[in-house]
Write a protein that binds this ligand. Structure first.
Ligand SMILES: [Zn+2]
Length: 63
């Protein structure tokens, strides 16, 4: 298997948008608590403004 998680995510890109005014962002977001319960974790964005939740893998993009 040569398909990394990064490859998979790039082919199935679906970001949750986070506005800078909403920082600090966390997962699950307020509106998602019912379908995606796991311990709340604050997101750390990289230089491209992207972050992935270590629990559920949801991608977030900072705008
Ligand atoms: Zn999550």
């Amino acid at each position: 298997m040569s398909l990394s998680i990064d490859d998979f995510q790039q082919k199935h890109v679906s970001f949750n948008i986070v506005k800078k005014t909403e920082l600090p962002a966390h997962c699950p977001p307020k509106e998602a608590q019912k379908w995606n319960m796991h311990p709340k974790v604050f997101l750390k964005f990289d230089l491209k403004g992207r972050a992935a939740c270590p629990y559920c893998g949801t991608n977030y993009k900072l705008i």
